[in-house]
Design a protein around this ligand. Structure first.
Ligand SMILES: [Zn+2]
Length: 137
């Protein structure tokens, strides 16, 4: 696996995810913040929207915010949750890994690997992934 250490840009992305969660935290409804870095250099953020049974994760909300503004190329993504008074980087769930494969397969994902915060391309987090043909449409 090609897992890399974070650089200052990655740290900035984690801080953006923390900031959006800090601003919107709710102990039940909004517990995760995410941030995506696009090729324009802009960062977009989102929070999860918990609902009875299912609610979208923070990552698709952040990706949707970026796409809504016309962005199409995501370079990196990070998500955080609150643990006590601290914020911790979260690894993306399986659904979000597939979403990233479909929309940003080259993106770097900042994730928690046994307590170490590292980054890697999403394909390394979803071996044998289903490959859509969205790009051919
Ligand atoms: Zn998810």
């Amino acid at each position: 696996m090609n897992f890399q250490q974070l650089d200052s840009t990655d740290q900035k992305l984690v801080e953006a995810a923390k900031a959006v969660l800090q601003k919107n935290y709710h102990p039940i409804r909004h517990t995760v913040g995410a941030a995506v870095l696009c090729s324009s250099g802009n960062i977009y953020t989102g929070i999860n929207i918990e609902a009875c049974g299912y609610g979208p994760c923070a990552e698709p909300i952040a990706i949707g915010a970026a796409f809504t503004k016309g962005e199409r190329e995501i370079l990196a993504i990070a998500a955080v949750c609150k643990q006590g008074d601290e914020y911790a980087v979260l690894s993306p769930c399986g659904n979000c890994r597939q979403l990233l494969m479909d929309y940003a397969s080259e993106a770097m994902v900042i994730f928690n690997h046994d307590g170490n915060i590292l980054k890697t391309q999403v394909r390394n987090l979803l071996p044998g992934a289903y490959i859509s043909d969205f790009d051919d449409a």
